[in-house]
Design a protein around this ligand. Structure first.
Ligand SMILES: [Zn+2]
Length: 285
């Protein structure tokens, strides 16, 4: 069952942790009904009909399980709620500067199928919605793995002009050809200092004045290859920069697994993202 897998299960642990902490400035909310409706419309618009049908019905089991989970009806419900969370986070970020969603398993999903534990691509779905409203979007992807699903979605829907893709990875899984000269795909395999340098360089290469919102795929699966402190430092650099540039930023959890650590350690890693985000109240332009 998909519920047994980290990508769908860890959000519950993190939500409970946030409740228990009751940290000032951090507020949990369910996605509103209109975000759920928008999520269904976005999934149907951005993913192929046959794949969407497979997710809903499980009839084409190869397609329905292409992300790597056994199919059950909750997969569709999970995909809709996950996407609605990203939509709500982007709307909240546009209003308040910084917001996030406990969604994960997005950036490998392609128009016609899932991949690498990613069912639907909430990053691309939300980027398209924002671009349709005239916004210039940066998808900033610091998950350990490359965001080949997002690149495929951007290409399939001709979003190259309004959506920039900045991707810093530590593993070549789901690599892809850069779509636009202003996009970046960099792989740093080891070395905490090299990684942090690459984070700074990538943040410097973003055209902040020409960016209306950043969608940040905050995968923490660079750990344990890279240290917990490197994760914490990376998150501070990202949110401090968005704050300094007065640019809205909406984050999602993305990768992070209990293969080599306990659930408590994994929650603590994602907590680095949440507290770094909460530490900055971006004053919008
Ligand atoms: Zn990953």
């Amino acid at each position: 069952m998909n519920e047994s897998f980290d990508t769908t299960r860890k959000a519950d642990h993190i939500a409970q942790f946030i409740h228990a902490k009751a940290e000032p400035g951090i507020k949990l909310a369910e996605p509103p009904t209109d975000a759920l409706d928008a999520a269904i419309a976005g999934i149907e618009k951005m993913h192929n009909v046959a794949y969407v049908d497979a997710l809903r019905t499980g009839n084409d089991v190869l397609l329905a399980e292409s992300q790597g989970f056994d199919w059950c009806p909750n997969i569709w419900t999970m995909a809709v709620h996950s996407t609605a969370g990203v939509i709500a986070a982007s709307q909240s970020a546009m209003q308040h500067g910084v917001s996030g969603s406990l969604s994960s398993g997005l950036h490998h999903a392609k128009p016609g199928r899932g991949d690498g534990f990613c069912t639907v691509n909430g990053l691309a779905i939300v980027a398209e919605r924002l671009a349709a409203d005239g916004n210039r979007v940066v998808v900033l992807d610091f998950d350990a793995h490359c965001g080949g699903g997002t690149a495929a979605m951007i290409a399939a829907h001709d979003l190259n002009e309004s959506v920039r893709h900045f991707d810093l990875s530590t593993n070549t899984f789901d690599g892809y050809q850069r779509l636009h000269p202003d996009d970046r795909l960099v792989v740093v395999r080891r070395g905490d200092n090299d990684y942090i340098d690459a984070v700074g360089e990538m943040l410097d290469e973003i055209d902040w004045a020409g960016t209306d919102i950043v969608l940040y795929n905050a995968g923490v699966d660079i750990h344990p290859e890279f240290s917990r402190l490197t994760v914490a430092l990376r998150e501070r650099l990202v949110f401090a920069r968005a704050n300094a540039e007065s640019t809205p930023i909406a984050w999602v959890l993305a990768g992070g697994y209990t293969f080599g650590m306990s659930m408590d350690e994994l929650v603590d890693l994602h907590w680095q993202t949440i507290t770094a985000a909460a530490g900055f109240t971006t004053q919008l332009r």
